[in-house]
Design a protein around this ligand. Sequence first.
Ligand code: ZN
Length: 457
Amino acid sequence: MRVEFHGAAGEVTGSMHLVEAAGKRILIDCGMVQGSPEAEARNFAPFPFDAAGIDALVLSHAHIDHVGRVPRLMLAGFDGPIHAQAATADLLPIMLLDAASLQENDADRSNRKRKPGQPKAHPLYTRGDVRNVLQQVRPHPYDHRVTLFEGVELVFRDAGHILGSSILELWADGRKLVFSGDLGMRNAPILRDPAVVRTADLLLMESTYGNRNHRERDATVRELGEILDAAWRESGNVLIPAFAVGRTQELLYWFARHWNDWDMSRWRIFLDSPMASKVVQVYDHHHALFDAEAREVWRGTPNPFRLPNLRVTETAEESMAINRIHGGAIVIAGNGMASGGRILHHMRQCLPKRQTRMVFVGYQAEGTLGRRLVDGARWVRIHGHDVRVNAHRHTVGGLSAHADQQALLEWYAGFDPPPPLALVHGEDLAREALAGEIHERHGVQAVLARPGMALDV
Ligand code: ZN
């Protein structure tokens, strides 16, 4: 068995790893590169391998940095099966159709501004291309042994990161490869804890927060309550850029859990993301995958996904109308790193106001507007306008859907014996810190995967 790294090898987006085993070529994840415009331009580059020669694609979860280039793969000649956990399979159309719409809109916008002689912009892919992808998807339950090909077997284990997120166990050539996918925190709300895996001949492990520990979740949730309280006292709005999958559902869950003590009924809550509201429906449908506590909350009143004061805004006009509300509104809108999407309209209106509270609840990648704000920028540029930032900024890191250093180390310690590993899905500082800790505790020197690097298992 041989593994080649072609994405998220030294960064946190663009996950893509190629496995050669039993005479087959299996691609794990086919994610979009996200971040600065320069970084995102890399999505247009040809694949560094023959896409038509890939026999099967396996997806770890539905986040766009793990699935966002699948339509590109098909345009490049791939026509094999796409294996995914069942909830991932249900989230996939939502994620990819949204990405295709954004791409189509971006291309239209630049073509309208195009000067004579400039080349025409093309979307990365269209909604039509996405429909071809969906026909290839093969959904599977967790913990069920799937035969991909003769001599190649796969099991999806719950990774506890977002609904459907999976750790992959792959057996072939008498060897076993484990890919952590993105790992969630233990005791995170809604989802079950990441499955413990005992053995691997090679482990590919994510390292997003390899150098950091999150705050205690209880303290974080308390802080969220305090931020809402302060915003209410100052009659401000609360803006929360949130990923449509995971963080949005978690926020709604906390609002329901703290309905009385946070006096949540006084707020007008907007879910300004048609995409996120579709994802809420998929969560609702797959409530059997929740942990015991969340199943109970889900059965209670109010149901986190049907809060009585929650408005889901469908049209752009409804979204714009929120800007006329000067206080008492909580606006959850995409995208999660404020690098595009409806949150930008709200930020342009609200960032100059001191009573606004901007709450970051997720990872902000280098080069994104969210990262610049978290890093303290006083001025930012939104839709071609310079915007002064007077709003309060809060980074509520403890809500992260990613395991922190401590959790990554605990999960790795579940293996016996400690397997050789390659660290993926992390910036270098994070990977180096995690590799150092693992070496110290287990005497195993982790490989820091680089694009194009290959490892024999
Ligand atoms: Zn993810």
